[in-house]
Structure formats: structure tokens, C-alpha cells
Design a protein around this ligand. Structure first.
Ligand SMILES: Nc1ncnc2c1ncn2[C@@H]1O[C@H](COP(=O)(O)OP(=O)(O)OP(=O)(O)O)[C@@H](O)[C@H]1O
Ligand SMILES: [Mg+2]
Length: 230
């Protein structure tokens, strides 16, 4: 389903963080949101998910305005955020973490998830706090999938993970994308972004300063030098 953000302004107290962000994710697209530390990437995702309430602008999802709705209402529409620090329950087992998120109408059953994430099957009886960083990230993504996302918002899913785990996350994101889920991905690893994305946006100080297709972006050395830490 389509996400259309138009000119949103978001604040933390008096600090004006998003200064008119506009972007779009078309049905089934995987789009990345890039930018330096502090540029406003996480705030953009939190604004979509309803955790931060934009003071101005519009966020249309499937032709409905999301601004003004409660977090749970936005999640129920299938807009699911996998936050940077993953938010899994340490005292619950892997299986319990998944079970509390399952929506019966989801196209992904627990069995599908275990097929997609064999490591989670192996660890299903382990406590959430006994997982490696990569396993925690997989569990966070898996938990979103059993909840039947229409638009998945991912905040730096590969941060701090070993290269082989990064490759596994890339493979999983490719599967999610080919299942037709729209994805907005915040990611610092440019190689990962370039492997996955249909389109890219770059944000700087709360404004979109670049947008381009995957193919265009590969050639944009100057943009990468100017706005990204490469
Ligand atoms: N809870 C908060 N209260 C006050 N200011 C905040 C809060 N969270 C973020 N900020 C500020 O808002 C700005 C944008 O932060 P945001 O987390 O959206 O950036 P980001 O692009 O996700 O950065 P990073 O790459 O470090 O994750 C930064 O200046 C940050 O210091
Ligand atoms: Mg962030």
C-alpha cells in the first residue's frame, strides 16, 4: 500500500527536528532513508508510527490520514515499526515473543517464520535476553511479520552486526519485498541499501535534500560525499 508524506514538521519539546519532510513509498517498493547521525531519520519513522506527533503536514497511508491517530490504531492498519533497539522482551522466550504478536489473519504463520529464520527455530525456547544481536534483530523482524505488515518501517536493522548476519538480513528483506510488503528502510550501510532499494531519499537537518532511483544513486558520488559519512 502507498505511503505519502507531505511537508511534516515534528518537534521534541521546542526543538524543531523535521522541517517539512516529504516522501513517498509506492505499493511494494523498498525505499531507503539515508542521512547523517541526527539528520532526522528515526524521527521520521516515529512520526509515521504515531510515536511522535507532527505539528504540521500530512501522512497518508492507503488514502487515510495517519496524523492524529493513536499508535495502536496505526499498527492495526499494518504500519509496523521495528525500532533501532529492537524492543523484544528479554524475559519471554523467542516463541513467546512471537506468540504475543501473532495476528491470525497474517500471511506468515509461525511455521513460515521458522522456515525463513532457521536460527529462531533453533533458539525458540531461549529467553529474549539470551540472543545475540543478530538473533534479536531477526526476532524483531519476525515479530513484525507475524503481525501482518502492509508497510514495514525498519530502523538500522544491520547496525553492529557481523557481515554474515548482515547478508542474512539482506536475504530476509529481499523475501519480504518479494512478498509485496512496502518497506521504508533507514540504514547506514550503503552496500546494503544499494542491493535492496528501488529508490533512495537523503535527509539532512530535517529536510529531504536528495531523492533518486537505485540506478541513479549508484552514480551519485558527490551526494554520498556531501551528505553521508562515506
Ligand atoms: N527524544 C528526544 N528528545 C530531544 N531531542 C531528540 C530526541 N530524539 C532525537 N532528538 C534530536 O532530534 C534530531 C534528530 O534525531 P533522530 O534520532 O531522528 O536522528 P537520526 O537521523 O535517526 O540519527 P542517527 O543516525 O544517530 O540514528 C537530533 O538532533 C537529535 O538529537
Ligand atoms: Mg536514528
Amino acid at each position: 500500500m502507498k505511503l505519502e508524506i507531505n511537508g511534516i514538521h515534528s518537534y521534541y519539546e521546542k526543538s524543531h527536528v523535521l522541517e517539512g519532510v516529504s516522501l513517498q513509498v509506492n505499493p511494494g517498493e523498498l525505499v531507503t532513508l539515508l542521512g547523517r547521525n541526527g539528520a532526522g531519520k528515526t524521527t521520521t519513522l516515529r512520526s509515521i508510527a504515531g510515536i511522535v506527533k507532527p505539528a504540521k503536514g500530512s501522512i497518508m497511508f492507503n488514502n487515510e490520514e495517519l496524523i492524529g491517530r493513536e499508535i495502536f490504531d496505526i499498527a492495526r492498519k499494518g504500519v509496523l515499526l521495528v525500532p533501532e533497539h529492537r524492543g523484544i522482551f528479554g524475559i519471554l522466550s523467542v516463541e513467546e515473543n512471537l506468540a504475543i504478536a501473532v495476528r491470525s489473519s497474517s500471511r506468515w504463520s509461525l511455521a513460515d517464520i521458522y522456515e525463513m529464520f532457521p536460527r529462531l527455530y533453533e533458539r525458540r525456547k531461549n529467553g529474549g535476553n539470551a540472543l545475540s544481536g543478530g538473533e534479536q534483530q531477526m526476532l524483531a523482524i519476525a515479530r513484525a511479520l507475524v503481525n501482518d505488515p502492509k508497510l514495514l518501517l525498519l530502523d538500522e536493522p544491520t547496525e553492529g552486526l557481523a557481515p554474515v548476519i548482515v547478508d542474512e538480513i539482506v536475504r530476509i528483506l529481499q523475501k519480504i519485498r518479494s512478498a509485496g510488503v512496502s518497506v521504508l528502510l533507514v540504514e547506514q550501510n550503503l552496500a546494503v541499501c544499494e542491493k535492496l532499494a528501488d529508490r533512495h531519499y537523503v535527509i539532512e537537518q530535517g529536510r529531504v535534500v536528495y531523492s533518486g532511483s537505485g540506478e541513479q544513486f549508484r552514480q551519485e558520488q558527490e551526494i554520498k560525499n556531501r551528505y553521508l559519512a562515506v
